[in-house]
Design a protein around this ligand. Sequence first.
Ligand SMILES: [Zn+2]
Length: 289
Amino acid sequence: MNLPDPAVHVSGAAEVAADVLVIPNEHVALVPNIGIIGGTEAILVVDTGLGLANATEVLTFADKVANGRRIHLTTTHFHPEHAFGASVFESSYLVNRAQADDLRHKGSGYLEMFRGFGGAIARRLAGVEVPVPDEVFDGVRALDLGGRTVLLRPTGRGHTLGDQVIEVPDAGVLFTGDLAETGQFAIFPWFPPHDTDVSGLAWIDVMDGLIAGQPRIVVPGHGSVGDVQVLQGVRDYLGELRDETWRRRDSAMTLDEIVAEVRALLIERHPEWTGQEWIERGVGCLCAE
Ligand SMILES: [Zn+2]
């Protein structure tokens, strides 16, 4: 695999609402959008970037933003570019129960898989160990940052078993992690037999719930910040993928034939999107549901 260096560039950070910053992924694969949400007493960092050097850059920047306020860390899900820099943060690292389970059960397998990509990815994972949270919570965690309470809300199974979204209710901001991406086909981490936890059907239900919340500003895991249309776009695509897969699944077609047809059709409908390799995995996932 020949992927570009997934370097986080904090210089691109911009406010999307008062005291809510996004360090944008600049459409580079394996760089997530990273959030910094501030209250009067503390700030919350959302996701770390891949590896210790990226996370150190994020922490140094967060330290400046915090300007003496306490720093908390959370991650949207356990995937390496979102969480595998957490050890750099000496501050409290909070995650939901299902994500902590994902880290424990699948973290080392993903570390190995990502190291197998070689090149810049492997270099950035040097010295990385699977992160261990300081606090694991059940249900929705309301985190008081001083004059602002953010909600860490587990969604149930979708892109992974342990996805959570981060809501800033007073500003109408929602951080989705990889439950939403823009400008690319939805990421289906469908790697049988090692990881088959992603569920297209459950993901659709999750998106319907997030859309019902009508956030004003949506920060996807990868791609451009937008409004509720970001969520609707992903929901529509997941529906398309399900319908086109199921229409063929119950015929005499082989999986390879279904993949080829659905892939061609969806690329024709979304010619500008990247990440075409995720279509095949999405079809595989939905064929099994
Ligand atoms: Zn992910």
